[in-house]
Design a protein around this ligand. Sequence first.
Ligand SMILES: Cc1ncc(COP(=O)(O)O)c(C=O)c1O
Length: 380
Amino acid sequence: MFDKIIELIKQEYSGDQSVNLHQPHFGGNEKKYLLDTIDSGFVSSVGEYVNLFEDLLAKKLNVKHAIATVNGTAALHVSYLVAGVEPGDEVITQAMTFVATANSIKYCGAEPIFLDICRESLSLCPLKLESFLKNNTYTGSDGYCYNKVSQRRIKACVPMHTFGLPGHIDEIVEICAKYNLIVVEDAAESLMSQYKGHYTGTIAKLGVFSFNGNKIITTGGGGAIVTNCDKIAKLAKHLTTTAKINSGYESFHDEIGYNYRLPNLNAALGLAQLEQIDLFVEKKRSLATRYKKLFETMDAYNFVSEMDNTESNYWLNAVICRDFDSRQEFLRSLNQNKILVRPVWKLLNSLEIYKHCQTGDLSNAEDLQNRIVNIPSSVV
Ligand SMILES: Cc1ncc(COP(=O)(O)O)c(C=O)c1O
């Protein structure tokens, strides 16, 4: 039953060794740039590679500003702060996402509200979002959106483009505008994915990327905030660089900032990686096409494809199994053949740390959490 899948994966990742879910691919100037930073002595928070990395990232994404950070979680944290999230506020996100999306809400002293995903995009469902806002909120005299149950202000909304597949970001931005919510796109997984010709992360007011070792490009550890708004970019840069003000020979700090700037050493690696991103996307899309063709022949396993009007970077390919048992069979069989396949994250509202949080109707997420499996997706 699984022979054809195992054969295809072994063919793609040639050989008898175990196949990882995702590993980095170093095929460009990585060593050259890394040695260059060591020779220059600028390995830390100051150096030309950070600026070059930020400039190339902004250029590639066709966005005005990119601010590089130590990781994607730090980028999310600062994005929420510049979006104006304050202690006691609430922030809407999806129940099916990596834990960092919600943890960084808590770092701000705010509480997440978990809503459902769409079956087709696996990202935040605009219909469920609109219905939640319509039925559960009111507009306060200050013009902000308030939760009828908790009486707290809802300040922002964070859709996440799951596995690189762009969600319905246009509709989400439009709905949130009606309710005075700032949208932060968690595009950690979707670098260079497109929605109606625009890159994910650049459509809402703020977008966030991760360059962790398992992402489409890596800086070792790293992340970035992107925005077209000058004011937001200035504040984000300030907060990620310890809120430092240079004054003649001296410097001081005018608020509590964070030491979140990406080191030059990591940026050197990132620049070399970013130079290859078009090739990486091409290879990933081509692998996805082969997976799609194979899974078309199987009733119990559906390959997750991009929606119309979108182009996914297919960072991490996914299959929806018919039911829990067929998922278990899939996991067992491939892992026994040294092919690492993994079930999707547990829904965040089911974790002890988030059990107390408000949720909407989660019927899609609850059904899919027992059926989604990620399959090997490294660039080869
Ligand atoms: C959806 C999502 N958000 C945020 C993050 C956090 O990024 P990082 O690991 O770089 O902190 C990740 C990945 O790790 C992620 O997948």
